[in-house]
Structures are given as structure tokens and as C-alpha cells.
Design a binder for this molecule. Structure first.
Ligand code: NAD
Length: 356
């Protein structure tokens, strides 16, 4: 057994169908009295459902203006609303964008965040925040932004469209896959990562296959369980080439977050495969495939997900710039960053070639 350091974080996780019903008890346990409920405009109805469950006395109001990448103006506006309405916490109902808004409020004000995730992005399990100011997204790490309690109720994810469920689920798998070769990895995270990939690889075909009602519910539970595990890995160990590339492509070329992860992951795995054979074997085992990179590509394709960057808005002329940006600041990665190989990776991802 190699040497390792494992740090655990204080966070409560309440999981299960109907667990949203325990939200008021979570607030009480934390000594919180009046929540500002956060959501995106399309999830207003879910936020109202949450507010109704909490009851008028515990709800300061609903702020329904969360958007992708947390513009600083939105964060300031939400903070002002929280202060005017006398909120003592934020309840974020939604995906990474809404939870990201809660984190921005917490960073500035110290108001605790309770997260009710409805996608598989995993932000609720990390102390990582991102705020966009003057077109630039700044990210950082601060324990103040880590949600105190997380309520995972799979019933709330039933409405996530199948195509978004697939890319969001693969976004989660990416956290686990890179966790398995993280420079600061540890055996607990390895277990969580493998189990997270297994759960999502089992659930996504059922969700993508159009199951409904009671046939869909076990898969929604499995997928959210996998998302929790993968999000924990993201919050605990360092990410590498794949996340760096996705951050570059998303930030510099405005590509959609989960779709970008879906397209790039098989190629990032293929790049790192020679330098991380143990991690690849674990990923392949969890996917039920012979090879990690090919297995990941085949899973995405079989689920009808995008497999080429050209299909999600990148221009071929952007590939050289993307390569330059990805090489600019060094970061830990199992295989050293080699320009020619990285450029070939981007070309393969652009064209949607199955990794060799
Ligand atoms: P998102 O939060 O932007 O959600 C996408 C859309 O789906 C939104 O319109 C949302 O309202 C809708 N939606 C969400 N759940 C739904 C449901 N159950 N039913 C119907 N509609 C639903 O997307 P995301 O992929 O969850 O989050 C992406 C953002 O999160 C990015 O900005 C990314 O950088 C950030 N992120 C941050 C971390 C972190 O640790 N800080 C981790 C992962 C992602």
C-alpha cells in the first residue's frame, strides 16, 4: 500500500426518495430559521415546492435568477435580496449553476448553504467556487462555501431531460475517473470513484432508454448515488488534464459544460492510459468494458450523447489556441503534457474519433 493522506470534511448527506421532506429538520438541526431559496428561472416551480415544504415562517423568499457561471452581478443581487429579507441561510435547489450561486453568497457573507441537487454535476460536495467578472471566471477553494447539508432526493431529478441526464452523468464520471489517477489520491476516494462510475454506468442506459415512472425511479436513485460519490471525489482530490481541458474549452470558447466533459473524457483517458494503467483498469472494470477510454467512448455513443467537439460549437481554427492555453500553466498529470500528443488529442475530440 502506497502512503497517502486522507482528509474528511464535515457535511451531512441525507439521501433517498422523499428525503426533501426532511429539509425543515435539517435547518432546525443547524439552528437556521429563514431561508432564501435559490433556483434558475425554469426551476421556479421546484423552488416553490421546496418553499411550501419549509412553510412560510422558515422562508425569507425565492431568488430565481441563477444562471450558468455565476456572474458577479447576480451574486451581488442575490446577497442584497438575502440581506433585505433577513435570510440566515440559502437553500440551493438545482444544478451546479444554482449551487454555485449559493457558494458565491456564502463566500461573501458566510451565510450557510443547504444544497438540494437536481443534476449530477457534484458541486454540492466541493469547497470549490467559480464567479465570473468582466467575462473571466475565477475559481477558488474555500471551506466556507461547502454546503453544510445536502439533500439528495431522486424524485427531483425525474424531470431532468434524458439527454441532459446523460451528459451530466458523464460529467460526474469524469470526476471519478480523474480521481483514480490523482497525484493526491487515496484508497477511500478510489473506492468511492469506482463505485460512483459503476452506479452511473448502470443507471444512464435506463434513463437514456426512455424508462418512465416506477421503471425509471431505481435508475434515478442509482444515478444520484453515483453523482454523490463522484462529487465527493471531485471535492477531495486534485483533478488533471481532462478538467483542465474542459475548463479551457468552456471558458475560452463558451462551450456547454456537461457536453464538453462528455466529448473530451475518452480522449483524456486515452492520453493518460500509458501512464496510469492501474486507474485505467479500475475505470474499465467499473464500466464493464475491456478498455477505459474506448469503453467511455462507446458508453457515450450508445447513450446518444455528443462525441465530437465540432458538434457542440467548437471551430477547427480554435484547436491550436485551446492547445496553447492548456499548456500555459503546469499542473499535475500522470503523463507529462506533450504539445504534439495534446494537439492530436484535441483533433480526435474535435472529429469524434473512437480512441485507439
Ligand atoms: P446547470 O445547473 O446550469 O443546469 C442546467 C439546466 O438544467 C438549468 O436550466 C437548470 O435549471 C436545469 N435543471 C437542473 N436540474 C433540473 C431538473 N431536475 N429538471 C429540469 N431541469 C433541471 O447545469 P450543471 O451541469 O448542473 O452545472 C454546471 C455548472 O456548475 C457549471 O458552471 C460548472 O462550472 C459548475 N460546477 C461547479 C462545480 C464545483 O465544484 N464548483 C462542480 C461541477 C459543476
Amino acid at each position: 500500500m502506497a502512503s497517502f493522506i486522507y482528509t474528511s470534511r464535515a457535511q451531512r448527506v441525507v439521501f433517498g426518495p422523499g428525503s426533501l421532506g426532511g429539509l425543515a429538520a435539517e435547518l432546525d438541526a443547524l439552528g437556521l430559521r429563514r431561508a432564501l431559496v435559490l433556483c434558475t428561472p425554469p426551476q421556479r416551480a421546484q423552488a416553490e415546492q421546496v418553499a411550501a415544504l419549509l412553510g412560510a415562517a422558515r422562508v425569507a423568499g425565492i431568488f430565481d435568477q441563477a444562471v450558468m457561471h455565476v456572474p458577479i452581478e447576480t451574486a451581488r443581487q442575490a446577497l442584497q435580496v438575502a440581506s433585505e429579507l433577513g435570510a440566515d441561510c440559502a437553500v440551493a435547489v438545482g444544478g451546479g449553476s444554482t449551487i454555485g450561486l449559493g457558494k458565491a453568497i456564502a463566500l461573501d457573507s458566510g451565510l450557510p448553504v443547504i444544497a438540494v441537487p437536481t443534476t449530477y454535476a457534484g458541486s454540492e460536495m466541493t469547497p470549490i467556487y467559480g464567479i465570473t467578472e468582466a467575462g473571466l471566471k475565477k475559481t477558488g477553494k474555500d471551506d466556507r462555501v461547502l454546503p453544510r447539508s445536502v439533500i439528495y432526493d431522486p424524485e427531483l431529478s425525474l424531470s431532468l431531460p434524458a439527454a441532459m441526464s446523460v451528459t451530466s452523468g458523464i460529467n460526474a464520471i469524469a470526476h471519478a475517473a480523474e480521481g483514480l489517477y490523482a497525484a493526491d489520491g487515496n484508497p477511500i476516494m478510489d473506492l468511492m470513484a469506482q463505485e460512483g462510475i459503476r452506479a452511473l454506468a448502470r443507471a444512464l442506459p435506463v434513463i437514456a432508454g426512455g424508462a418512465e415512472g416506477d421503471a425509471l425511479r431505481p435508475a434515478r436513485s442509482d444515478a444520484l448515488y453515483g453523482a454523490w460519490l463522484c462529487g465527493t471525489v471531485l471535492g477531495s482530490v486534485g483533478m488533471a488534464l481532462h478538467h483542465k481541458l474542459c475548463h479551457t474549452l468552456g471558458g475560452s470558447f463558451n462551450l456547454p459544460h456537461a457536453e464538453t466533459h462528455t466529448v473530451v473524457l475518452p480522449h483524456a483517458l486515452a492520453y493518460n492510459a500509458p501512464a496510469a494503467p492501474r486507474a485505467m483498469a479500475r475505470i474499465a472494470e467499473a464500466l464493464g468494458a475491456a478498455h477505459a477510454a474506448q469503453g467511455m467512448f462507446d458508453l457515450a455513443r450508445s447513450l446518444g450523447a455528443p462525441t465530437a467537439l465540432r458538434d457542440i460549437g467548437l471551430r477547427e481554427a480554435d484547436l491550436d489556441v485551446a492547445c496553447d492555453i492548456a499548456l500555459k500553466t503546469p499542473y499535475p498529470n500522470p503523463r507529462p503534457l506533450e504539445r504534439a500528443a495534446l494537439r492530436a488529442l484535441l483533433q480526435d475530440a474535435y472529429e469524434g474519433t473512437r480512441p485507439r
